[in-house]
Ligand binder design. Structure first.
Ligand code: ADP
Length: 527
């Protein structure tokens, strides 16, 4: 037999020392005397023992005849027919061997037993060695334990899934909250914006915000500068919060509570996240509460002032009445003096009656007891009567007085409460004369749509703007010389206001200090 040195001896030398490639007697077999079967594998072993892959070889029939060091370590010594002992799923082994015999090579992941019988994920790359004639001479399997890699990949994948889940959760919370939430990068570009903020920004400024937009460019110029300063403050690493007032349309204010937080990665601030809640309702309630508190305090103050005032107002005529009544009792009084005293007593009685009547009226209004007693009233006649009543008084006070009837043919008859209408006009006229030292007082009416509009105008001291809002409040009196000198209860306008309301109209005042005042009210023109 010719000595044969096969180049591929490492791979191709079969267990019977014949060459699988050429079928001739192997070089090692030829050297059988010095190289027995084990020796024939020495080179082969040396080469493969350095491999990290666990290499195993089988005859085409599947009989295992070689394994390298890595194979030893991974699988230990196995029986002749590996599928029986190596593969977790025995049928896998048969499938692999069958497919190698048919197809020549495969790469697959398969579960195999380690030598300690623990299960490993193994990447198997296997192929069938064929000779020149295409005959399979051996089956070679390279096994790589990828359990750790798989575990890492699985852990990585789990972490990724977890991160995605928590990201989705956070996103859903952020998107479904009632808070406005957004974040910008260092160029003030939106890196995140939730739907609430998108909507509120659109409702407020008519601008549809998108991720990537520069928020400063989208704000009105007036707000842009101040917001830039706020972002810059947060970029410096400061967390802060504040209440803000935003005028979204003329006269429409939205109140927001804003919290700004730097987004820090490592040592760098890479952006700013912002949380803003609409607190308009709360602010409004606070304002209402504050107003109510102020009103309560004002009312308390006014009541105290009223009590002091009223005791003075009642005591003055009462003292006069009792004082002059005592004097009347004296026999030596002349007739003239007696008449004078009687007149004083009468005037003071009227004054007292009027004060008591005002207090009773206010009480009945408070108790919602004031009733409207309607009758057909000829407005023209009522005005003529009032004009007559005040003419004499105007003459004495040297004040020009006139009634403006609109047009002569307007003599409306309306169905209303005559007494209340008279009292409203009298209260306004009394005030007009009271607060006018010289000049003129005029009053009148005109028809306006379905209403009759009355006015009382004077050229008196007028009312400061800050008092104009308060004069209809009960007991309120401006601090002026007339009030200090002549007193009053501060109830006349409150009564008038309530009566006008009861009659279905409105009362308001215009005034300019030093120039005079005009009180205007309406009542429905019901025939
Ligand atoms: P009183 O006249 O008894 O003080 P009112 O309720 O009638 O009470 O008026 C309240 C306050 O409104 C007055 O004290 C006065 O300061 C102011 N006022 C009302 N009418 C006039 C007016 N025509 N001109 C100037 N001030 C007025």
């Amino acid at each position: 037999m010719e000595n044969h040195y096969c180049q591929k001896i490492v791979v191709l030398c079969g267990p019977d020392y014949s060459c699988y490639d050429c079928n001739q007697h192997c070089f090692f077999a030829w050297k059988k005397s010095i190289c027995d079967a084990n020796q024939s594998l020495t080179l082969f072993k040396e080469a493969l023992d350095n491999s990290t892959d666990a290499v195993g070889m089988s005859t085409p029939e599947g009989k295992h005849y070689y394994q390298n060091k890595a194979f030893d370590e991974l699988f230990g010594t196995i029986g002749e027919y590996p599928p029986d002992t190596m593969y977790v799923d025995k049928s896998m082994g048969d499938v692999i061997f069958k497919s190698l015999r048919e197809g020549g090579q495969l790469t697959t992941e398969v579960k195999m037993y380690r030598k300690d019988r623990s299960v490993a994920d193994v990447l198997l790359r296997a192929y069938a060695n064929k000779n020149k004639d295409g005959k399979i001479i051996s089956l070679v399997g390279l096994h790589n334990d990828i359990s750790e890699k798989n575990k890492d990949a699985e852990e990585l994948n789990n972490a990724k899934v977890l991160a995605e889940e928590s990201n989705a959760n956070i996103r859903s919370i952020i998107d479904n909250t009632t808070e406005n939430i957004w974040a910008v990068d260092k160029e003030y570009k939106l890196i995140y914006i939730n739907k609430v903020f998108q909507k509120e920004f659109f409702d407020g400024f008519g601008v549809q915000l998108q991720q990537g937009d520069c928020i400063l460019d989208k704000l009105p110029n007036t707000s842009s500068k101040v917001w830039k300063e706020r972002y810059d403050h947060a970029f410096s690493g400061t967390h802060f919060s504040f209440d803000d007032e935003i005028e979204v349309a003329k006269g429409v204010i939205v109140y927001v509570y804003v919290s700004m937080n730097p987004i820090v990665v490592g040592n760098d601030v890479i952006g700013v996240s912002v949380f803003a809640s609409n607190i308009t309702e709360r602010k409004m309630q606070e304002k209402e509460l504050l107003k109510a508190k102020e009103r309560a305090e004002e009312s308390d103050r006014l009541k105290t002032a009223f009590l002091q005032n009223i005791s003075h107002e009642i005591r003055t005529p009462l003292n006069a009445i009792s004082g002059f009544s005592d004097l009347l009792d004296k026999h030596e009084l002349s007739d003239e003096k007696r008449r004078e005293f009687i007149s004083i007593i009468q005037n003071n009685s009227h004054q007292l009656a009027s004060i008591v009547s005002d207090i009773l009226t206010i009480s009945s209004i408070d108790a919602k007891q004031a009733r409207v007693n309607c009758e057909t009233v000829n407005i023209y006649e009522l005005m003529v009567e009032l004009e007559k009543n005040y003419q004499q008084f105007a003459k004495q006070s040297n004040i020009a007085f006139s009634c403006i009837y609109g047009s002569d043919d307007i003599k409306p008859e309306v169905y209303t409460d005559k007494t209340k209408l008279q009292q409203i006009l009298s209260n306004l006229l009394n005030n007009a004369f009271k607060f006018t030292e010289k000049g003129e007082v005029e009053f009148g009416f005109s028809l306006k749509d379905e209403m009759i509009e009355f006015f009382v105008r004077d050229s008196g001291i007028g009312i400061p703007a800050e008092d104009l809002k308060k004069i209809f409040n009960r007991f309120y009196q401006s601090d002026n010389a007339v009030n200090r000198k002549q007193g009053g209860t501060g109830l006349g306008l409150t009564i008038s206001f309530s009566y006008v309301e009861l009659l279905g109209g409105e009362l308001f005042a215009e005034s300019e200090p030093g120039k005079g005042s005009k009180f205007v009210f309406t009542i429905p023109c019901i025939k």
